[in-house]
Design a binder for this molecule. Structure first.
Ligand SMILES: Nc1nc2c(c(=O)[nH]1)N[C@H]1C(S)=C(S)[C@@H](COP(=O)(O)O)O[C@H]1N2
Ligand SMILES: [Mo]
Length: 306
């Protein structure tokens, strides 16, 4: 697939269906946004009881600068019928599933309000270069604030629809199932939960007495992170960490740090707890769900002072 000839259609419930070429996209007004992408299964391994799926610890997250064109800019060319409800984005990849017969393309939809948000973009660059193949080359949808399953890679086609999309990556996967043995209360995975990770010191490390810098990251999918509190006594007392906020980058993670003077020898349980501007606080225990999505309990790191 050479980008010179690459193109994709926008069709369905639109006034003027249209094919956009890669070259056309490059010529349209662009924006560059720093975006956290967190897999909905990040930290899944920490759920009790354990859940099936990739046993992610803290590493299924990243952030980068993505450059592209607002999807809403493209939809201005096609127009959107008044009856439209969702925008469906289809990737090039297909594969079999273990739970259903047949092969399935990776396809997902966004509600119209999210599709039309100016920061929902069709990206063609990651950190100043064409997107590497494994991250979505040549074109990828980027949906800030939503778990990363929404950011469809390898775009093939975009379709505006008048009803609600029912593909397996939307109605079977990326759904919270609160119960082990029935589907009561199931609801789709969308925005990221308020969350934080301690990056330093490492879990189960041995440190010397004296001054240590505890540091890490915090992020959220609604509003922005407003506070990170640290406990060095397993949650009995809390003190605020200092945040490196950048209001120009509302979709990036926030770096935080906390100076700790470790006077006494012994074992310590360090905890971090992020709060966002909607008042969403990391809970002591994450809300369990069958597929292990959205884990955001307090981040815990144990250390020994010798
Ligand atoms: N086309 C397509 N897009 C996709 C997926 C996929 O399987 N196919 N996986 C999604 C999921 S679950 C995640 S976590 C991210 C991973 O993005 P990355 O490979 O750039 O880290 O891509 C999302 N977009
Ligand atoms: Mo994912």
């Amino acid at each position: 697939m050479t980008t010179h000839f690459f193109c994709f259609p926008i069709e369905g419930s639109v006034y003027v269906p249209r094919i956009f070429t890669y070259q056309e996209l490059l010529a349209l007004p662009s924006k560059t946004i720093k975006i956290v992408l967190e897999c909905a299964g990040n930290k899944r391994a920490l759920f009790h009881p354990n859940t099936y799926g990739e046993q992610w610890k803290e590493g299924a997250i990243g952030q980068a600068y993505w450059k592209g064109v607002s999807l809403t800019t493209l939809l201005q060319y096609t127009g959107v019928h008044h009856s439209a409800r969702e925008v469906v984005v289809e990737g090039y990849d297909t594969g079999p599933r273990t739970d259903m017969e047949g092969t399935f393309r990776y396809v997902r939809s966004l509600p119209l309000h999210k599709a039309l948000h100016p920061d929902t973009i069709i990206a063609y660059e990651l950190n100043g270069r064409p997107i590497p193949y494994k991250h979505g080359y040549p074109l990828r949808l980027l949906v800030p604030q939503w778990y990363a399953m929404a950011s469809v890679k390898w775009i093939k086609k975009i379709t505006v629809i008048d009803d609600t999309f029912q593909g397996p990556f939307q109605t079977t996967d990326y759904v919270y199932y609160p119960h082990k043995n029935n589907d009561v209360g199931k609801h789709p995975v969308t925005t990221m939960n308020s969350n934080s990770t301690i990056q330093q010191p490492l879990h189960l490390s041995t440190l010397s007495q004296g001054a240590h810098l505890i540091k890490g990251i915090a992020w959220t999918g609604e509003g922005t992170t407003t506070a990170v509190d640290i406990s060095i006594d397993n949650g009995h007392t809390w003190l605020p960490a200092s945040l490196q906020q950048n209001s120009a980058e509302p979709y990036s993670w926030v770096r935080w740090s906390f100076r700790w003077h470790a006077e006494k020898k012994g074992e310590y349980t360090l905890l971090s707890r992020a709060t966002d501007s909607l008042g969403r606080v990391q809970p002591p225990i994450a809300v369990w769900n069958r597929k292990g999505y959205g884990y955001n309990a307090l981040c815990m790191t144990k250390v020994k002072i010798e």
